[in-house]
Design a protein. Structure first.
Length: 563
């Protein structure tokens, strides 16, 4: 049939996607790029399943290849890239995503080609940055974001992604984090109808604490730390309001609702209405548990939700936000002479900045795997984004120096490992590295720690939840000194359990310590027994002691601001 675009447009407006597909899917090769784009979009709007994604990807690709030099063709390429990203996210973490590797490689190849034809295109660069990130190529990801920044083409979401992703690299000093992060104030939309909150005396009989998070859902690491303060607070003195930014709520979300006085979900509420809704709660202290992480609502804090606003838990660096009054830390994370590189005033807790509520799995002693294997097994269950090129080089040197050793890697998030494998291969140690899929069952995930002799921390972005888990399961964690809050989490964890000996000064010392520990089996056995016997009483899991310190520090801040 000949293409009648008025008819196609009418059907599209009426959301008759099945009719559109029937009209357009025959003889694709004879279709124009515009028709192919309409067909593929209709296919995805009609049904999102594996077959629809794969057909739509082929149609978007053909739309680009047919008209490489036109804007319609360029739209086809953008659709191809964005659909590839959506398809990757659609696949379950434990499903084979190797098909996406080929698609991503095609997308990058077409991007390089289109760049020569069309030059700088911000929406295409923004999309391809996400492809590079999925493929664990952080340098290329940051290169894309920097080009957008230089052209002033970052929106608030991409700006925050750019800042956040730099935490994975050693390229920025903390003063650079501060200088760039403070630019976020330029991206915050101000609502003139909301006047600045005066920092005056409390207007409630009880202190009303508000906590905003989009992460209170199954398996999310934040839940284990946030729960520690909700299990132990004085209900005669405090009221707790939970502000959710969850698209979906589950049994974990429900369990948190039972621990607080009131819950509000603002996921489908725009900023203006959310501001009004939250301010009407007359909250005295509002906590942001998200910072610059995904699904945050930082703009709400930029318009001030409460007289006192505090950043805690979800993001271990400065938000840069003028309206964020405080950040919760400890003496190991931010040095006194570094406070000027954080836009927030620092609240120093006396021991550790957060505390894990413990795990439901039965705590039982796991003997050293070496005793049965007769070789050392290193391991890291950190998000693969934290495994940058320098981490791979360092770990590869350790494997070379510990004969017969293995390294088990498992990410908490789905990530393409093609590039990681190639880097390990370049160091001739790939055969010593075992990549595991994301576990469907959380207990199975925890039991994997029983296969590890020594856990290796990532740098500069340290593990937090993974380190707490490893230590709970009796596995010592080797970490390295850092230069800011984010890169010193491992230091604080090990200092709070009296294992300063497992804090390396630099990469060379990290390698040396790993090799020495791997060769000292008796010491490993002693460390494992020590962790099993002592860890429950340490600041890492002492929720009563932590809660006491946490609420005391909040009362002190309230008193200071009320005068």
């Amino acid at each position: 049939m000949s293409e009648n675009f008025e008819e196609l447009f009418r059907l599209f407006q009426e959301k008759k996607y099945k009719d559109l597909i029937l009209l357009l899917e025959d003889k694709k090769d004879s279709k124009t790029s515009r028709s192919l784009n309409i067909l593929a979009v209709s296919r995805l709007l009609n049904r999102r399943d594996t077959n629809s994604f794969q057909l739509a990807l082929e149609e978007f690709k053909l739309a680009y290849l047919k008209e490489k030099n036109t804007k319609i063709g360029l739209e086809g390429l953008k659709n191809f890239v964005n659909t590839a990203l959506s398809y990757y996210d659609f696949l379950k973490p434990y499903e084979d995503s190797s098909v996406c590797t080929k698609i991503f490689e095609e997308a990058i190849s077409y991007f390089q080609e289109a760049k020569l034809t069309f030059g700088y295109d911000p929406s295409l660069i923004s999309a391809i940055a996400k492809v590079f990130f999925k493929m664990n190529n952080l340098d290329k990801t940051l290169e894309c974001y920097m080009s957008l920044f230089k052209k002033n083409d970052l929106n608030i979401k991409t700006f925050m992604s750019w800042i956040f992703l730099n935490n994975y690299k050693n390229n920025w000093t903390q003063d650079q984090f501060y200088n760039y992060s403070t630019l976020i104030n330029n991206y915050i939309k101000k609502y003139s109808s909301f006047e600045e909150f005066p920092k005056t005396k409390l207007h409630n009989k009880k202190i009303r604490l508000g906590f905003l998070s989009g992460d209170l859902k199954r398996k999310h690491s934040v839940t284990y730390f946030f729960k520690s303060i909700l299990l132990n607070y004085n209900k005669e003195k405090f009221e707790v309001i939970l502000i959710l930014n969850n698209k979906l709520e589950d049994e974990t979300t429900d369990s948190f609702k039972k621990l607080v006085n009131k819950t509000i979900n603002i996921f489908n509420i725009d900023d203006a209405n959310a501001l009004d809704l939250i301010r009407n709660e007359k909250i005295d202290v509002m906590f942001d548990l998200m910072g610059l992480t995904d699904q945050n609502r930082i703009s709400l804090f930029g318009n001030r939700l409460a007289p006192i606003q505090i950043s805690w838990l979800g993001y271990c660096n400065t938000t840069g936000l003028k309206q964020m009054d405080y950040i919760i830390s400890d003496k190991n994370l931010i040095l006194t002479n570094e406070e000027k590189f954080y836009s927030e005033k620092v609240i120093y807790l006396p021991q550790i900045w957060n505390c894990h509520c413990g795990l439901s799995i039965e705590k039982k002693f796991n003997p050293l795997p070496y005793s049965a294997n007769k070789f050392i097994t290193f391991g890291s269950f950190n998000n693969h984004s934290k495994i940058n090129d320098e981490v791979v080089r360092t770990w590869s040197e350790i494997l070379k120096n510990v004969v017969g050793s293995k390294l088990i890697l498992k990410s908490s998030l789905k990530k393409d490992i093609t590039r990681l494998k190639k880097i390990f291969e370049n160091y001739n140690v790939l055969n010593s590295v075992v990549f595991l899929e994301v576990e469907k069952n959380f207990e199975d995930h925890l039991n994997l720690y029983s296969k590890i002799d020594i856990a290796l921390d990532t740098f500069p972005y340290n593990g937090v939840t993974t380190s707490f888990e490893a230590i709970w399961m009796g596995v010592p964690v080797l970490t390295m000194k850092g230069f800011n809050f984010n890169s010193r989490c491992g230091e604080s964890i090990n200092k709070n359990i009296g294992l300063e000996e497992l804090i390396a000064l630099d990469k060379e010392d990290y390698i040396l310590k790993a090799v020495e520990l791997a060769r000292n089996i008796e010491k490993l056995i002693i460390l494992r027994k020590k962790l099993f016997n002592d860890i429950s009483q340490s600041p890492l899991f002492d929720i009563r002691g932590y809660s006491k310190n946490f609420y005391a520090s909040i009362e002190e801040i309230i008193l200071k601001n009320a005068n």
